[in-house]
Design a protein around this ligand. Structure first.
Ligand code: PHE
Length: 368
């Protein structure tokens, strides 16, 4: 039988109909046997069942047209239904997904190029974070974490910012709503610095302590090129017997040299933080121009980098109720805090802090 030829019907008797349908059924089966791929299968379906050009439709149209009466049409129609069911069954079988069949092999075409997964790169902020942490780890510090949603007590009161103290105003605080019915000390806020983790750490462990705490902090700052309501700090705390301001200077000087290069110098200026006494701001000589003056240091030769000081005895006082080891007469310590974002921006020449949080691939790909 030719490909698209309509088989001839020799009469309308049952025997003749049986013969003619059996011939078509053989054709149906024969062509199903050569289905190898999903594409073949679709071809087969179109060839036999296609609404316009399907072979079954063409044959039934031709045969039904010549049928002499309704009864004959009915007998032919029934046979076509059976045939159609057979084609459906064959189609089903061809795609049944028996494992190992050639059709399945087709589903995974190993010759296709793979899905390319681009290798991620460390975000410049996280890279800086890790580098700073590594410097202190090499000096024997362990690494701590604390909650970003903090209580007023840990963020302020225990750090010697009493309620209403003007130093609170320097840290524009984002507070959690619906806290008014709680006592002030229990009210929740977004921590404005990582310093509350100093207290949490001392409450958990006896001196000696040497710990750094990197983390995210929040302040109600309007975003501009150097401010963003989210930024990051690394907190440091060292408590032991006979810790002096000399230890603080030596530690920070060594850390800055490890991070920025051994020719970097540090200098300390008097400052104020409620939880350290005395307090200092630390500047480093500009690592880019060596102190001669350039754009990065605004021609001054120095860059202000962090705040620090000796732990105020009042802070030990807050901890002592839970951990008697922090007797201000017996232990002393220093603490420091630095902004990771600022350091990352300086190091990588990033002019706008917002870029760190934009998720803009054009920016991020530069660090890959
Ligand atoms: N927590 C201070 C700030 O955010 C920085 C600091 C930390 C100062 C530790 C002294 C000691 O500004």
């Amino acid at each position: 039988m030719q490909e698209n030829e309509i088989p001839r019907l020799g009469g309308w008797s049952e025997a003749e109909l049986d013969r003619a349908f059996a011939a078509v059924a053989r054709e149906v089966e024969k062509s199903a046997a050569s289905i190898r791929s999903a594409e073949d299968k679709e071809q087969y379906r179109l060839r036999w069942l296609g609404r316009r050009q399907g072979r079954l439709k063409a044959i039934s149209d031709a045969w039904l047209k010549g049928a002499p009466d309704l009864d004959t049409k009915k007998r032919i129609g029934q046979r076509f239904n059976t045939l159609k069911a057979e084609i459906d069954r064959l189609l089903e079988l061809a795609g049944a997904g028996e494992s190992g069949s050639e059709l399945d092999a087709e589903a995974i075409d190993i010759t296709l190029p793979g899905t390319q997964r681009k290798l991620g790169a460390e975000h410049p902020l996280i890279r800086t974070w890790n580098e700073i942490v590594a410097v202190f780890q090499r000096m024997g510090y362990s690494v701590g974490v604390g909650p970003e949603v903090e209580t007023d007590y840990y963020n302020f009161e225990s750090l010697n910012f009493p309620p209403g103290h003007p130093a609170r105003d320097t840290q524009d605080t984002l507070v959690i709503v619906g806290q008014e019915r709680k006592p002030l000390r229990d009210r929740l806020l977004m921590r404005t610095h990582t310093s509350p983790v100093q207290i949490r750490t001392m409450e958990q462990q006896q001196p000696p302590v040497r710990i750094i705490i990197p983390g995210k902090v929040h302040r109600n700052d309007a975003a501009d090129a150097t401010h963003y309501p989210i930024f990051h700090q690394v907190e440091g705390l060292c408590v032991d017997t006979n810790i002096t301001f000399g230890d603080l200077k030596g530690t920070l000087d060594a850390a800055m040299k490890a991070f920025f290069g051994s020719s970097v110098k540090t200098r300390f200026f008097p400052s104020f933080f409620p939880f350290t006494e005395p307090s200092a701001d630390v500047q480093i000589s500009c690592p880019f121009c060596g102190g001669a003056g350039c754009r990065k240091c605004k021609q001054s030769g120095w860059i202000e980098l962090l705040g620090c000081g000796m732990v105020d005895p009042a802070v030990f006082g807050f901890v002592q109720g839970k951990q008697p080891g922090y007797d201000p007469k017996k232990v002393s310590g220093f603490a420091f805090g630095m902004g990771i974002d600022r350091i990352a921006m300086m190091k990588y020449g990033i002019g706008d802090i917002g870029l760190l949080y934009s998720g803009d691939l054009r920016f991020l790909e530069q660090f890959a």
